[in-house]
Design a protein around this ligand. Sequence first.
Ligand code: PEP
Ligand code: MG
Length: 882
Amino acid sequence: MSKFVYFFGKDVTDGKASMRDLLGGKGAGLAEMANLGIPVPPGFTITTEVCVLYLEGKKYSEEVLKQVEEAIDKLETLNNKKLGDTEDPLLVSVRSGARVSMPGMMDTVLNLGLTDKSVLGLANKVNDERFAYDCYRRFISMFGDVVLGIDFEKFESLIEDKKKELKVESDTDLDAKALKDLAERFKGVIKLEKGFEFPQDPKVQLQMAIDAVFDSWNNPRAITYRKLNEIDDSWGTAVNVQTMVYGNRGNTSGTGVAFTRNPSTGERKFFGEYLINAQGEDVVAGIRTPDFIDTLGNKIPEAYNQLVDICKKLEAHFKDMQDIEFTIQEGKLYMLQTRTGKRTAAAAVKLATDMVAEGLIDKETAVTRVKAEHIDLLLHPRIDPNAKLEVVAKGLPASPGAAVGKVVFTAEAAEEMAEKGEKTILVRTETSPEDIGGMAAAQGVITVRGGMTSHAAVVGRGMGKPCVVGCGDISIDTKSGLFMVNGHTVKEHDYVTIDGSTGSVIIGKVELIDAEINEDLKKILQWADEIRTLGVRTNADNPADAGLARELGAEGIGLCRTEHMFFGEERIPAVREMIMAEDEKSRRKALKKLLPMQKEDFLGIFRSMEGLPVTIRLLDPPLHEFLPDKEELDAKLRELEASGDSSGKINEVKKVIQRVVSLKEINPMLGHRGCRLGITYPEIYDMQVRAIMEAACELTNEGMKITPEIMIPLVGLVKELAITREEVCKMAEKVMAEKGVKIDYKVGTMIELPRAAIVADQIAQEADFFSFGTNDLTQTTFGFSRDDVSKFVPIYQKAGIIEHDPFAVLDQEGVGEIMKIGISKGRSVKPDLKMGICGEHGGEPRSIHFAYDIGLNYVSCSPYRVPIARLVAAQSTIDSRK
Ligand code: PEP
Ligand code: MG
């Protein structure tokens, strides 16, 4: 018989940490803590499996209902209290808990089990009427919000009214009578909104709450969060029903959230916040600004010391930073959660290297603890330390990194502006899970209220979004579309800059500078290099990029697109002259002008990459790309004709127009480009090969080791490669003879057409290496024009036809299969044929993983993605060992 309900508590625990998929992160963490003898209020977890079944048919099997019933009985026996009891009622919390944490996404109900009758029992039992009604009003409003879907504001505004009526500042100033009255009014809200009474049977309350938690898996914000974080929709959430403990039982009670180390910086220091005399949601919701955890030691020392000890124990046990929740009830500590803590990129790197130094984890584990996204973020810009700043306010530095953008006050505005390509900073009093889309769309977030564990802070860190929270100096006036801050007025769409590492809010646009790789990250990447077998090269076509990539760890150039060298004011006239040439002779004349420039480029690139292989691709794009725009030319012609020009310019322009028209192609991407150009105009490749070889010979004479790899693009037929190769070799040999130097050069090809992959055994005969051009290979496999996909790919994604843009994330089942054919056919002829990937996918983590799995020798990507590729390459090796 399947087990659907798992109990946890001292000596009665069914689950354990490894059952996270079934019990969710929270459920598994609670079970493990109970197993470790850590004080956890008892409760039970209804599995994610039940959620999945429930969501399919909106009902439960007899067996599930029976197991829940049994668990309730057991909980009642264990606590020696009964749900709904009029003398000493059992109260529970009902909380969601998915396999991976989704902060603020799913809903929680506290104090469940209170009714008009049992609240009296609670008041009597604890001899505290105020406390009992505080719990009751909280429960009704949470139930109204989470279970019944009533806007929480409806309850909040009644609290505000009450405070005004009684002329008090804070919720804690409301007395029993006021709270009792609020509970009544809250019930009135439910009756008014829903047309039925607030349920007075605790079992009905419980069932409704469980349903609501399961249903919340599919609420819009949870769906958005999953989309943004690529969490599988099919997992479902578990529900945890747990005995309530109270942080709102006076000044020796409290509740908090903490991390065993600083999740922002990674510093080895207990980090967190708490509120005295409060319940859990008060901290997370950012309604009151909490105190730093260090000060808890002065207020409730015994519980604090025990908490510190438990954190040490948890870290030693889980071997990672933990994110915990606790409640202290009248001096006694209870743990409500432990899970692997979310961390910033900087913290991930520091935690990993520190933990290796402490002997807690090994280097291999450290390499898996840093994610590709972390490195991406660390390579993000920050504020220039020398910039003059007008810091107008400081909030809490909740999520590091700097961001510049135009002020917007709503998530929708941030999303709308992002669609127009505008950068924004989202300024909110506090964020809620509804704002998640806007947070993702904005460059950064400022909130007026809330602490380091408020929604904005947690989500911001998770997204790697610079975030300043609790910036109380700001007062937002949404009606007038502005905010005031320390004497300044900032209007909607004015620029602001934020520094999420210092909490600074700066008026105006501040220059940001690129990030650097710190010592800890260097260590991680060095360890990754020790582990990985997949090579990492870069796509670079100038000495500066090549040099940068080398600093970032590139082991050579995998793609130098020579056409990029054809642009620029100085060169384009010569390029155009070459294209305009009517015969080979005049074409060669123009090419001669280009030769020294190309050679100069290669000298620079070879120098930057000395000792490493440099793959240079001969000219690839259609020639018309280098000619002026037809419309511009027409306009110029009209202008000249109108001015009665007699200098002969009219004829010149007409000739260019003629050439532009003759070069125009219906499908240029499938037209006269790649090796087709080289075959029809061999003198172009001749010039390029001469430039490459002359540069290589000269540097070899200077004592450098130069290894050029000449690459032929867009080959589909073996004869294309054979002819071009012969021509290339002829020229190479000629230059070497002229210079009296021997260079170890190679001639290879791109595999970027399906046909090339399919006849790769033939092509391999003529190739010293293969490089998969997955941009063109994706284009030609899908038949999607790479320049026009934005018109329909987003629609395809929305409609669920494709998951990812195949030009960003390699399509493994289609394009990937074709690559596999190419690899196996190529190696069937030359078992050691070196193969890489140089399309954009070479820097995309999933695609890099795939490149490793299918046996490529290296990936090649843009310079800033080189560190990512190094890390992911190592992680692929580690994964393959599992
Ligand atoms: C490719 O097609 O994948 C490639 C790298 O070449 P390009 O993007 O220049 O066509
Ligand atoms: Mg290509």
